[in-house]
Design a protein around this ligand. Structure first.
Ligand SMILES: Nc1ncnc2c1ncn2[C@@H]1O[C@H](COP(=O)(O)OP(=O)(O)O)[C@@H](O)[C@H]1O
Ligand SMILES: [Mg+2]
Length: 269
């Protein structure tokens, strides 16, 4: 709505997990390096946790892009599935057609597929987003998938991504076997104030503007109100730009952030 007023080519603060907009803060970069290391070392599970809106899904999508041609991924983003549905989802996402619909059919088909991928030099990876929603039984199923291996390495790398509850879920005594196979763990933190400023500048640049629009005081307010959580930064910055546009201000000051916040009050961001 306000894009042309600010000379932007597109909306800078959408809340979709678009990897084109990724700003690699130190935390995001560390998370990405951990993911790459975990996948490339082919040794087991990777656990990535972070609060809602920290950038986990965006990071996964960036990972898929960065590893195109080397890593063949299945991406499950709705893990409230039964065990068999989960297997079905994985097989489908890899583009495999099993002989039947029994658990064994899925396992056999996957095993064959994974061996072929290995021969081709591809690294097969299963990414499960919102993994805190997996049932313990589904997690056990996933552990069984990690048994698919050659004598030297795992055939399937498994990345579990979720809110902090995922860590508590994995702490259950009955999931000890799975927990012991986690080789990489990373908790994605929110941005600090300096990164919040760089993050905002970065997204504006990707959307087509070198101008900054936000005063340092406005950024300070955004940081204070969002505590550095990218999703909340987006919602506040978007609303503030809209407010400025309506008043025909080219610059967003701290007062606009307060207004944006009260506009949003009551609305859970
Ligand atoms: N490092 C980042 N760079 C750019 N945008 C980000 C970054 N982290 C998060 N975002 C943005 O914040 C919003 C929420 O991110 P998302 O990946 O959906 O978070 P999560 O999956 O952790 O809940 C999205 O609009 C996303 O593009
Ligand atoms: Mg997400």
């Amino acid at each position: 709505m306000y894009e042309s007023f600010f000379g932007l080519k597109e909306s800078p603060f959408n809340i979709t997990p678009d990897p084109r907009f990724i700003y690699l803060s130190r935390h995001h970069l560390e998370a990405l390096s951990n993911l790459l290391y975990g996948i490339e070392s082919r040794r087991g599970f990777i656990e990535i946790t972070g609060e809602v809106g920290a950038g986990k899904t965006t990071l996964c999508r960036t990972l898929l892009q960065e590893t195109q041609g080397r890593v063949h991924s299945a991406f499950i983003f709705n893990p409230k599935l039964s065990e068999v549905e989960l297997l079905q989802g994985i097989v489908e996402d890899f583009g495999i057609t099993p002989k039947g619909k029994r658990r064994k059919d899925y396992f056999d088909a996957l095993n064959r597929f994974l061996l072929q991928e290995l021969e081709k030099g591809m690294n097969a990876t299963l990414i499960i987003d919102e993994a805190q929603n997996l049932s313990p039984r589904a997690l056990e199923q996933i552990r069984l998938l990690s048994n698919l291996e050659t004598t030297r390495e795992k055939l399937l790398q498994i990345v579990l991504v979720g809110q902090p509850e995922l860590h508590d879920l994995l702490a259950r005594p009955d999931l000890k076997q799975l927990r012991q196979r986690i080789v990489v763990r990373y908790h994605l933190r929110a941005l600090d104030q300096e990164d919040t400023a760089k993050y905002i500048a970065h997204r504006l640049r990707v959307a087509g503007s070198e101008d900054q629009f936000f005063t340092p005081e406005a950024i300070e307010r955004i940081y204070a109100l969002s505590e550095g959580v990218p999703r909340i930064i987006n919602v506040l910055a978007d609303r503030a730009l809209l407010g400025a546009f309506i008043k025909e201000f080219r610059i967003v000051e701290a007062a606009q952030i307060e207004e944006a916040q009260s506009d949003l009050e009551g609305v859970r961001v």
